[in-house]
Design a protein around this ligand. Structure first.
Ligand SMILES: [Zn+2]
Length: 442
């Protein structure tokens, strides 16, 4: 009851950024079976409202997963087959793999590159808190400063995004292409209650997760979602000065979870997904465990709780890129131009979303700069009706419930939209567009 009231008050208030969104339900509550089911059913109803909006631009919408790791990174074992299959399963056409560099081999030279079974692979690295997508696929150690590293990648014709902006302290950096406005791993790291429970191997939490994973795995994964307020605020500030492109980072490793195996002497070994030992349990001390291991040979796997398989991480969030064709040239150009948006596609596939500014027969797409003049209109269309918040210079200036919004621009500024969906009484982020910068004539 309280929540519905809050949501009612929230609609149409405006005048702030994301600060006035109602408080989210705590993660452990979100993980309860009844709650997961309610969200799942609401999501099915919502995505069932899907229609094809009149397409305003002559470009295709390619779904990308940016920031993912394979076996080339020390903390993942993912194979190309596995990763490509996950891309197929989630309608992902572009994979920007960003590997941790290795001492023994060249992660760029060994990476998968180009079109494979309909999926475009663009290799890159993650280091120095930067996602780099250089043109030259030969690894070179970072420069002495982060700025020099950025400059080198740009000089090579590459793209550079700030990774984990929540940890960056040096904001005098400049010229980088953009930043992660959302990162799954960062979103997970603030789940204190969940993380301490996992570290303690709390059996109650284990059972809760196991039940959630077996019934509503995508909703279980989504229960970590927070609105990335700080990143959005930082991003808005940066865009006051120049175009800084916002992307989603999946930070997919497929390495989080637990495997229980029967060990010698009647004990139970707990390993992580990569096979590292975590603990040796005495089954008599843990409820339900004795029944699970009874009469089994040492080495037998009795339970597996894999929280972040690639497909689940890929589906959760993506960066949609508007480009003429599925080629590396077009994808790079669109990313550099900010012709992209972030979408939590676990709620519903956002294809059909577009944001533009128009006057008479002139059109400017998200990412572009628009010379200020009288008579400009901001327009957006959605594949499913939802809560559209138009953000101007970091503040919500207009809110609309529906499949589209039209907003006559009152003044120059940096304009973008955020789209929220209410599922089972709780407000969830769905889409974050890149901004259009409407600038006074010089
Ligand atoms: Zn990473």
């Amino acid at each position: 009851m309280k929540l519905i009231l809050l949501v009612g008050l929230w609609v149409g208030v405006g005048g702030m950024g994301t600060e006035d969104l109602p408080a989210r339900i705590p993660t452990l509550q979100r993980l309860q079976l009844e709650r997961l089911r309610a969200v799942h059913e609401a999501r099915e109803v919502f995505s069932g409202t899907r229609h094809r909006p009149p397409w305003a631009v002559g470009l295709n919408d390619y779904r990308a997963v940016i920031h993912a790791h394979s076996f080339l990174s020390h903390d993942s074992r993912g194979t190309w087959e596995e990763i490509t299959a996950a891309a197929h399963e989630t309608g992902t056409q572009v994979l920007l793999m960003t590997e941790h560099p290795a001492e023994e081999y060249d992660v760029l030279a060994r990476a998968r590159h180009g079109l494979h079974e309909g999926v475009l692979f663009i290799p890159g690295t993650e280091e120095n808190q930067l996602l780099t997508l250089p043109r030259t696929l030969r690894y070179r150690p970072p420069e002495s400063s982060r700025q020099a590293h950025i400059n080198r990648i740009l000089a090579d014709g590459g793209l550079v995004f700030i990774a984990h902006p929540e940890e960056l302290t040096d904001w005098n950096l400049t010229d980088f292409t953009g930043l992660e406005i959302y990162n799954i791993h960062a979103d997970f790291k603030d789940e204190r209650e969940l993380l301490t429970g996992l570290e303690r191997l709390d059996p109650k939490l284990f059972l809760l997760l196991l039940q959630a994973e077996r019934t509503f795995p995508q909703e279980m994964f989504a229960s970590l979602t927070d609105v990335p307020r700080d990143n959005l605020r930082r991003w808005d500030q940066l865009n006051q000065r120049r175009r800084v492109v916002g992307i989603a980072a999946n930070d997919a490793h497929s390495n989080t979870g637990f495997v229980l195996k029967v060990a010698e002497g009647g004990k139970v070994r707990v390993e992580d997904i990569l096979g590292e030992d975590l603990a040796l349990l005495d089954p008599t001390q843990v409820p339900l465990l004795p029944a699970l291991v009874a009469d089994k040979e040492p080495g037998t796997e009795v339970l597996r709780l894999h929280l972040d398989p690639y497909a689940r991480s890929f589906r959760h969030v993506g960066t949609h890129i508007l480009a003429p064709e599925l080629t590396e040239e077009d994808i790079r150009a669109a990313l550099a131009a900010g012709r992209c948006y972030v979408s939590f596609d676990w709620i519903a596939d956002a294809r059909g979303f577009v944001l533009w500014v128009e006057k008479d027969d002139q059109k400017w797409l998200m990412g572009e700069e628009v010379p200020w003049q009288q008579g400009l209109t901001l327009r957006t269309t959605l594949p499913c009706p939802a809560e559209i918040r138009i953000v101007g210079d970091g503040k919500v200036v207009h809110t609309v419930n529906g499949p589209e919004a039209t907003y006559p621009l009152p003044a120059p500024g940096v304009y973008r939209v955020e789209v929220y969906v209410t599922l089972a009484g709780e407000v969830w982020p769905w889409i974050y567009s890149n901004p259009l910068r409407v600038l006074p004539r010089r």
